[in-house]
Design a protein around this ligand. Sequence first.
Ligand SMILES: Cc1cc2nc3c(=O)[nH]c(=O)nc-3n(C[C@H](O)[C@H](O)[C@H](O)COP(=O)(O)OP(=O)(O)OC[C@H]3O[C@@H](n4cnc5c(N)ncnc54)[C@H](O)[C@@H]3O)c2cc1C
Length: 430
Amino acid sequence: MAKPLAGVTLQPFWWDQAPRDPIARPDVPKEADVAIVGSGYTGLSAALTALRGGKSVVVFEAEQAGHGASSRNGGGVGNFPFKLSYSQTETMLGEANAKQLWHEGRASVDYLEELVEREQIQAHFVRSGRYLGAHKPGAMAGLRRDVAILQDKLDADVEIVEPGEQQSHIGSDFYHGGRFNVRDGVVHPAKLHAGLLERVRAAGGVIVDGTRVTGVRCDGAALIVETARGQTRAGQVAIGANGYTDGVLPSLKQRVIPVASQIIATEELPAERVKRLVPRGNMIIDTKRTVHYYRASHDGRRILMGGRPLLRNSEAEEAAPYLRKFMVDVWPELEDVRITHAWGGKLGFTFDKLPHIGEFDGVHYACGYLGSGVAMSTYLGHKLGLRMLGDPAGATAFDGRNFPTMPFYKGNPWFLSIVAAYYRVRDSIG
Ligand SMILES: Cc1cc2nc3c(=O)[nH]c(=O)nc-3n(C[C@H](O)[C@H](O)[C@H](O)COP(=O)(O)OP(=O)(O)OC[C@H]3O[C@@H](n4cnc5c(N)ncnc54)[C@H](O)[C@@H]3O)c2cc1C
């Protein structure tokens, strides 16, 4: 194991500008039209839409509000938030369904943009694009193919970047050219979360934090939401727990795979230096299967490097030296730069590598964003809210498909290290 980095704060850099509220544990309301489990983007977005439609809403959160991935993520906002290529989706679902799914990927970013504008949430949302670097020369052929398909099938705003043009996307020769997603963006994730939380509260939503939901059962036409501190009788219930999904709905736990991911932040650097390294301040990822994601901070003063550098669900402290090493591989000049923050959180993966929205035993859910959920969870949360209102606009292509599980899988992803080891080998082949 690499030596832990000294003097690092083990909490998200984002919380410095958007501190988390201390847990208040208000009384559990006896009744609500809608009860929501989870106070991340999915839960809050669902709550806001239901509240604006006139419903009374309670949001249950086991820890402090926004404890999950929504206040911890990298803040990358992508129009193509899938782990499958467009062609793979088409093979799996047919052209019409694949197109609908991918169009909704784009719609999720449009929705986020419209939401922050409408609600006046100051979260530094910028359509700065996304650079996808080719980690080996041979990877450019795949990127060229993808760009041609995305332009042809979806009229997508994507471009090939030749190796000689790369410096306007990343101040490094680490990659062999790449692809630029022009309409992708970045956001300050914790400010986005704090803004949503504030709007939900202002609209009359009750946030019951520090209170884990332990079960949901039917009682006639109503649902009883159970916690150790009392119960709520609700007309409808929605779960937005993603990578933090527990046993509230056993059927859901058997379908969501929790996957840890970590991020480090550097000390403050001169703005000109950061601008040279990440000229557009945008998200950078690469073609490796063991992916890294990185960007400049919202204020253009730090580099944030994220990934899953170890072969298992590790802690941030353990992963940080490996993330730092990759950062120095990309930019050797950062060798002497200090790391100030290291943190992690949990992503929600699915067996078919696609997000899902639906209903088990009369309880609604949306989850499985596979590490690309900033826009998608906000969008599908909104769809959940519309469903609570009985609005047909709650329909989406992410519903109605089989939500697969694996025999004997009960929520403990023992197979992750095997998959990661396989990816490492694939990445290392020239
Ligand atoms: C380190 C990291 C980096 C990421 N980077 C990006 C990125 O750059 N771009 C991108 O698009 N996506 C990224 N993601 C993914 C994105 O953050 C998530 O997809 C999204 O935030 C999911 O939101 P959510 O509301 O569904 O779940 P979460 O925000 O994870 O919230 C779930 C909440 O449910 C609560 N909960 C669970 N069970 C219960 C219960 N029984 N009772 C009460 N409460 C419960 C949990 O405590 C938790 O707070 C990243 C994620 C991580 C962890």
